[in-house]
Write a new protein. Structure first.
Length: 505
């Protein structure tokens, strides 16, 4: 399924749709005076450790009262927080990139405050809100960065270590802190949590420690709950009985449950074969995998290619997983419908900067429920570049997959391969003026050899090696003369840094 050049809904818009279907908060809002507090049981930290965290000052409708909450940077125009933080508020000021709540960093004014339409103030179901800001947030990767959120349903096992950050109270009614604070807690099972909160819904998840003493509190509402050591946000601070009481976890918006409501783009199911290629076997390209992707909320299935980055991590294109809720990965088979071993997805992640109009940052990761067995014959890891690299113009590169044999051509159940050459950026920009450093091009001047629909997400490797330098992304048609294909550039440091963060490199 190589992406063709045609109109797409911006992934940012899809992400807004996603966050409008989330939930969370920590109910009594703290009025801004000199006494907004801190994480219970936490320690002081700096924004450089948690650059996605923001501090919100919210103005109440028709009064001069101001309240505080936390939030996270979802996109450059979109802050994720709790719906109850926005109730009765007319505007918000967002402080980004500062360890301190009242100074430093940059401030952004709200354009629009949006609560989830199903938010229930009594039960706290669907307790999620979005703040749209007037100007784009500057992302520098040090003091400010985006959070990563699961696109669709996922499961986080009980006991998983999570991190909470914020400027909320140190105790119930406790003293305040000007400085960002942090602590770690653990996922609590729904069964255990329902002993305290009988009204728990699938849009809620719980976390804490049995002995108490560590928790969020008033002032932390709307802030992020992330997997420790990562920027993967799995929850939003919602509510709880008191703060940090023994055997009383806090309740958070379950971002894993919310993702499945996100409307995404549907792709045509044109499965076929490499244009101008010949049949081959998986033993020649054991890092290649075949993906069957299920459309969210439907019984429609689509296909893409991918490669094995680690035993739990499959690399593909972001446009492949747009609108999908789950993936089946076939490993170790020459054929699309039989042989090898199949693995089910646990979580789907697309790069947070992915732009579905320009295909910039067209990369995604599929995390699997169980580890892929690597035997070195039918299955092996792709060798990914770990530092900035260049592929000289004219270098022989091999593409593999089950994509169309021509534009709208016939399909083949057998893996195919073809060799093409690296094309200079200057030459490629004659066809693709928007080319970015996250893209690279390859093809042959005379045409006749290329990837096509169904090959998307598959590997571009140096011929005769397992050294993957690209991911099949998009192009004008398939195998046209003087029209190279465009691939995600794995030599790019921005791409490599994200893969490291995803623990796939």
């Amino acid at each position: 399924m190589k992406a063709e050049m045609k109109p797409f809904t911006l992934i940012v818009a899809a992400f807004y749709a996603f966050v409008l279907s989330c939930v969370s908060s920590k109910h009594i809002l703290r009025e801004v005076q000199t006494n907004d507090g801190k994480i219970v049981g936490g320690t002081e930290t700096t924004i450089q450790n948690y650059p996605y965290q923001v501090y919100l000052t919210l103005k109440q409708n028709g009064t001069n009262k101001y309240y505080e909450c936390g939030g996270s940077i979802a996109t450059q125009n979109c802050i994720l927080t709790a719906a109850h933080c926005l109730t009765g508020m007319e505007s918000a000021t967002v402080r980004v990139g500062s360890t301190y709540r009242s100074s430093g960093g940059s401030t952004y004014s709200s354009r629009m405050l949006i609560q989830h339409p199903k938010y229930n103030a009594t039960t706290s179901d669907y307790d999620v809100g979005v703040i749209r800001v007037f100007r784009r947030i500057t992302i520098d990767g040090v003091n400010s960065s985006l959070v990563y959120t699961p696109n669709y349903s996922c499961v986080v096992p009980a006991g998983t270590n999570l991190t909470i950050t914020g400027w909320g109270d140190t105790t119930e009614g406790g003293t305040d802190s000007e400085t960002l604070r942090v602590t770690t807690i653990n996922v609590v099972s729904d069964e255990e949590c329902k002993k305290t909160y009988s009204n728990l819904t699938p849009r809620m998840t719980c976390a804490g420690v049995p002995e108490g003493g560590r928790d969020t509190c008033q002032g932390d509402s709307g802030g992020p709950l992330v997997i420790t050591g990562t920027r993967f946000q799995l929850g939003i601070v919602s509510y709880g009985n008191g703060c940090a009481r023994p055997n009383t976890p806090g309740v958070y918006t379950n971002v894993c449950a919310i993702g499945r409501y996100s409307p995404r783009r549907v792709y045509k199911n044109n499965d076929g074969k490499i244009v101008g290629g010949s049949e081959t076997t998986i033993q020649n390209y054991p890092y290649q995998v075949y993906l069957v992707l299920k459309q969210a909320g439907l019984e429609d299935y689509y296909e893409c290619g991918g490669s094995i980055a680690t035993q739990r991590c499959v690399l593909t294109a972001a446009h492949c997983i747009t609108g999908k809720e789950s993936v089946t990965v076939r490993v170790g088979s020459t054929y699309t419908t039989s042989g090898g071993t199949t693995y089910n997805s646990r979580m789907l992640f697309m790069h947070p900067f992915y732009n579905s109009t320009t295909f910039d940052y067209d990369i995604a990761v599929i995390r699997l429920l169980r580890r892929i067995t690597i035997d070195g014959t039918n299955s092996s890891l792709a060798e990914l570049p770990k530092s900035n690299c260049t592929v000289p113009v004219g270098t022989n590169l091999t593409i593999t997959g089950w994509g169309d044999t021509s534009e709208n051509g016939q399909d083949s159940p057998v893996l195919r391969a073809v060799t093409i050459n690296a094309v200079s950026d200057e030459e490629c920009k004659k066809k693709y003026t928007y080319l970015t450093p996250r893209m690279t091009c390859a093809g042959v001047p005379e045409g006749g050899k290329d990837t096509c629909q169904g090959d998307s997400g598959g590997p571009l490797a140096k011929t005769g090696t397992k050294s993957q330098v690209g991911i099949v992304s998009h192009g004008y048609g398939c195998a046209r003369p003087n029209t190279p294909g465009v691939y995600t550039n794995l030599c790019n440091p921005d791409i490599q840094n994200w893969l490291r963060l995803m623990r796939c490199l």
